[in-house]
Design a protein around this ligand. Sequence first.
Ligand SMILES: [Zn+2]
Length: 419
Amino acid sequence: MVFDVVLREARTPTDQDRLVDIGILNGRIAAIAPTLSDAAHMEPMGGALVVPGFVETHIHLDKSCIIDRCSIVEGTLREAIAETARAKLAFTEEDIAARARRTLERAVAGGTMHMRTHVEVDPRIGLKGFRAVRRLARDFAWAIDLEVCVFPQEGLLNDPGTEELLIQTCSEGANLIGGCPYADTQPIEHITRIFSIARRFDLDIDFHLDFDLDASWMHLDEVMRQTRLARYGGRVAVGHATKLSAVPAQRQIEIAHQLADAGVAVTVLPATDLFLMGREADYNVPRGVTRADRLAQHGVTCSLATNNVLNAFTPFGDASLLRMANLYANIAQLGRREDFERCFDMITGAAARLMKLTNYGLAVGNPADLVVLPCRDTAAAVMELVQPLMGFKGGRKSFTRQPTMLLGPGTRPSKGGRH
Ligand SMILES: [Zn+2]
């Protein structure tokens, strides 16, 4: 067999001690073996780690990069929603596309190759966000698979006209529907309506849930109840679930078993939750970040994701999922290699399961969606927060980054080097 490309002397996550060649043919991984010789093009890996492309399960491209249009005084959720709603009035389709493109380019350069983006739909923004992001999905198909989750950020029953627009986007090909019960005056009915639209169009659901630390009641109970009622197990995810960070570990484990049993997955969004939660405290501030690793250990499909980039919800960001895994590990006070490996899994394999991606992973027959990292194993990638060196999307090189070189006295820049 003559391969289109062979990645020569690569390390893989399953066997760090042995270097292999990865043969790519027609966009797919065609062979993984100690030595593959016949190739149109040899790409030396020099012992670098080759992993599957990262999976971003929750990001808002449409409202990214608007921090210079927002004022952050309180740093609360209420302020973030109000500031974004105000800025949104001036959004145009071109403006949304330009900002989303900037964020998407950074995500691609950070190794992300699959993405679920939430897009706001309401009578003020109309379908501008939806149309802009759908156009980008086509423009960036060479680098990333982008799916669109439409949702009512400012509420549904309290915002007449929103439901009709959501239904329109679903009939125009939205990939799934989201809900935001905390923003609604009738949160339970909000959840019911979202399930109803989802069933009508046979779409999966991804809710925004919580954004407070009052564990005396939870919309999560209603989401699990309706998931069972609709026989939607395995088709529902929730983002944030911050209330779970405010209950004792034993209770978290009980809820994890309920979530696993109901088939509800959880995405934790460390950057936003750290920024917005606990604002009522002026010292000893609670972290407000739910223990995704603990839920995962008790059977819940969990991912770590970016959520917001440079806006009033999160005035930071580079759309790097490895940074999110590193941040999460630090917040959750993780220290064992197996924990770091689990964090890596929550931006790769587990995140792919949450999005129900098929043919994902480093295996013969799967699409050659691969990222090259300058480290020996996945735990090191999280611990050291390494920068991806290059990526291959469908077997085609989609980005590169030159390794940093230190130039001490008497040294000259030279090319290459082993890892
Ligand atoms: Zn979100």
